[in-house]
Design a protein around this ligand. Structure first.
Ligand code: HEC
Length: 456
């Protein structure tokens, strides 16, 4: 009961603080116009008396807010001190006004200017606590960069499925909902949760993870206790775990609280996965690129090379040399000034050789590369390993050497490599890592095999 009452008072802090602010601002205004108002001294006495009283109420409510709202002392201490200083200043000014001998020698301006400054500081620090440190700077930053495309920090499932569930999902939840009370500076219950080592160490009552009987884990029990229970975590009044967060943390604990086991291996429900991750990754890069140079595009088109934006307002382009069969390695240089704009490049049926890869590695947004019906062996194809967006490579009917599969494997992020050859059968010469069985497309295997069987 009393707890709830104190929490309630704490919650009123953002409202209560406006009382002393109002009094002080009014007082300062009157003081600056004191020559105009004959009554100013009487009014100021009244005003700074009440500024002091409401200031004290603000400090009390602020302290309750700190205690129950899960704030770290380090973040609130300066605001707290500034608040106290504001009240002290208001009260000393009141004492001066009622002609207390102690404050006689202090000039009046000291109080008014001091009060203005400290009020601004206290208010700003308070704003930082509720809205984050950047709450004033952020809109300025946004203004400065309003025409840049903001890339959101979306987590794509495909990027995380092989990574540990703990570092990808669990620790971020703890960071958001638990760490403010359980860290190296403020460790309630002597428990720290800001990294896995501390988490394993546990708190005042020892380990909070029971590897033998997971459901007996203190951590598991606490998040499942009814919210009204005193031991429920996060404590009532603080930001609670969502249903999905409870689900995934429970799942993690029940399955052995592994710090290595990957997201994949937990076999989470579809709904849980889609709560934490974005499933569909956009095919083309999300970052924006500058508008390509029109002159360059004209020059390329003069060579009968097709250059077209991938969609109406996009700065990303598809380029194809199909109508210019003489296209060779050196021709790539006419594209160098727009290479960041090219996401689809079709050099099929051209004269390019394996040295083309030394140049292609600078096409940083390249997503689809077609080299069908060329003499490519795949010798330097590992040069492309620095291309983060490269998803598909077409090497159909080339002179591709299977030994170079090892080099393809070094290109991360590939979704498909088409290696079908009409005149011969390609097969990986080595054991393929993980999902490369699916990425490398050798064509219709079974058909080829059965035909071979018939022949022999
Ligand atoms: C608002 C501050 C606050 C937040 C947020 C918070 N806790 Fe706590 N936690 C406490 C306090 C205070 C204690 C000590 C009192 C107690 O044992 O209930 C505690 C104790 C614990 C304990 C018992 C430690 C021991 O050995 O006795 C566990 C486990 C725990 N918290 C887990 C969590 C988890 C998990 C989260 C996030 C989902 C969390 N806490 C978020 C304040 C918090």
């Amino acid at each position: 009961m009393l707890d709830d009452f104190l929490i309630l008072i704490g919650r009123f802090h953002p409202l209560i603080i406006h009382l002393p602010i109002g009094f002080i601002v009014l007082g300062i205004l009157i003081e600056f116009n004191s020559k105009k108002f004959k009554w100013s001294n009487d009014a100021l006495k009244f005003i700074f008396f009440w500024a002091t009283i409401t200031g004290i109420l603000s400090i009390i409510s602020g302290f309750l807010q700190y205690q129950n709202g899960g704030y770290i002392w380090e973040t609130v201490q300066n605001h707290f001190l500034a608040g106290i200083l504001t009240v002290v200043l208001s009260f000393s000014f009141y004492l001066k006004l009622i002609e207390n001998s102690l404050f006689k020698p202090v000039p009046r301006n000291f109080f008014t200017i001091g009060n203005s400054v400290i009020l601004l500081i206290a208010g700003h620090l308070g704003g930082n606590i509720t809205h984050g440190e950047e709450h004033l700077i952020e809109p300025l930053k946004n203004l400065a960069s309003f025409n840049k495309v903001q890339s959101k920090s979306v987590k794509y499932y495909s990027d995380f499925k092989e990574k540990p569930l703990f570092s990808s999902v669990i620790q971020p939840i703890l960071d958001e909902k638990c760490v403010k009370c359980h860290n190296s500076k403020k460790s309630n219950g002597k428990l720290k949760m800001h990294n896995s080592n501390e988490l394993i160490k546990g708190g005042r009552n020892g380990s909070i993870i029971n590897f033998e009987f997971p459901e007996m884990s203190e951590m598991y029990i606490r998040i499942h206790l009814p919210k009204e229970e005193k031991k429920h975590m996060p404590p009532k009044g603080g930001k609670q775990l969502t249903r999905e967060e409870i689900n995934v943390v429970s799942n993690w604990i029940k399955n052995g609280s592994s710090f290595e086991k990957s997201v994949n291996e937990f076999k989470l429900d579809e709904s849980i996965i889609s709560y934490f991750f974005s499933i569909e990754k956009p095919f083309y890069p999300i970052e924006n690129v500058s508008t390509p140079d029109i002159e360059t595009i004209k020059k390329i088109r003069e060579k009968n090379i097709l250059v077209n934006p991938i969609s109406k307002s996009s700065n990303f382009f598809s380029v194809s040399s199909l109508n210019y069969s003489k296209f060779s390695d050196i021709d790539l240089s006419i594209m160098s000034s727009i290479r960041e704009n090219i996401v689809n490049l079709d050099l099929s049926e051209s004269k390019v050789t394996d040295s083309v890869f030394f140049n292609l590695k600078y096409f940083s947004n390249l997503t689809v590369l077609k080299l069908n019906n060329t003499n490519i062996l795949g010798q330097n194809i590992d040069e492309l390993s620095q291309l983060k967006n490269l998803k598909r490579i077409y090497l159909v009917n080339t002179r591709f050497d299977v030994q170079n599969i090892e080099k393809i494997i070094q290109i991360k992020g590939l979704e498909k490599v088409y290696l079908f050859q009409e005149d011969r059968i390609l097969k990986a010469p080595l054991k393929l890592p993980n999902n490369y069985e699916e990425i490398l497309e050798f064509g219709n295997y079974s058909l080829n095999n059965s035909m071979q069987n018939k022949k022999s």
